[in-house]
Write a protein that binds this ligand. Structure first.
Ligand SMILES: [Zn+2]
Length: 277
């Protein structure tokens, strides 16, 4: 979830952990960063990225919790020193936010990760002739194992690809279901790492979803699918929008409450490849 010291800029309609964004769709071009500069701040161990935006009117600060980095957005003509001073002025805020972030869990042998809401132990089992790339196995302990075969150096990537494919499969099924119930049609569906967003819907009917939804209980993925499908008819979060979501998903409040409580924790899982060695 993005945290800012100043008012967020309008973004495409999105579903966020911990609440509902009430922003409307804006032209994407206007908010595209034109330059991004890495900045070193004394006493801060995380990367600081300065982004110059054409449409930025003042300096804003946020924490990218997936990358564990600080992002400063500044107007085009703002000097880099000014961005540095801005971070220094808010250094306590930055430190507090960074400190509050849960430690990341990377895809590695022995990691415990939820899949469709149930914890699994990830095991890199090495090359195997038979079987799928990822298979389910039972351990004596009762916690199911996700066995990933192949060379260990490729296991994290193969596991990530598999998770994306599983997320896509579940999301396609639920989007199709809700679209049929509401008499709507999605043009395309994509699964991505979209930072704090769980899903988004463009005016052209393109739905995007976070791969992390495959980690959550199925009702949560189902709710985000229903939410974005409803945006195909109502590109806002007004009463008519919520009536549509509730019509196709009467249980939506359970899923919303789950996201509010647990959504942040899902950002601990880092799909980038585990460091080598
Ligand atoms: Zn929304």
């Amino acid at each position: 979830m993005a945290e800012r010291t100043a008012m967020p800029k309008p973004r495409p309609s999105t579903t966020k952990a911990g609440g509902v964004s009430k922003t409307k769709l804006t032209a994407k071009k206007a908010t595209r960063p034109s330059r991004s500069i890495a900045l070193a701040i004394t006493g801060l161990e995380v990367p600081v990225e300065v982004r110059r935006h054409r449409s930025a009117r003042r300096l804003t600060l946020r924490i990218n919790q997936t990358k564990r980095s600080v992002v400063v957005t500044v107007p085009l003509r703002c000097k880099i020193d000014e961005a540095g001073r801005f971070v220094h002025r808010h250094i306590d805020w930055v430190r507090t936010r960074l400190h509050a972030l849960p430690s990341p869990i990377t895809f590695e042998d022995g990691a415990i990760m939820p899949l469709r809401g149930a914890d699994h132990i990830v095991q890199f089992v090495g090359p195997r002739v038979r079987g799928a790339v990822v298979s389910f196995e039972e351990l004596g302990s009762g916690m199911p194992v996700l066995a990933i075969k192949g060379m260990p150096e490729h296991a994290a990537r193969r596991f990530r690809d598999w998770l994306y494919a599983e997320a896509r499969r579940d999301l396609e099924a639920r989007v199709t279901y809700h679209a049929a119930r509401l008499g709507l049609r999605a043009r395309r569906l994509s699964v991505r790492d979209q930072g704090s967003r769980w899903g988004s819907c463009s005016t052209s009917g393109m739905l995007s979803f976070s791969w992390r939804l495959i980690l959550a209980p199925p009702i949560v993925l189902d709710y985000v699918a229903a939410h974005e499908v409803a945006h195909l008819a109502e590109m806002n979060h007004g009463p008519r929008f919520w009536a549509l979501v509730r019509k196709t998903m009467p249980d939506m409040d359970i899923a919303k409450a789950w996201l509010l409580k647990n959504g942040l924790a899902l950002h601990r899982y880092d799909a980038s490849e585990a460091p080598k060695g």
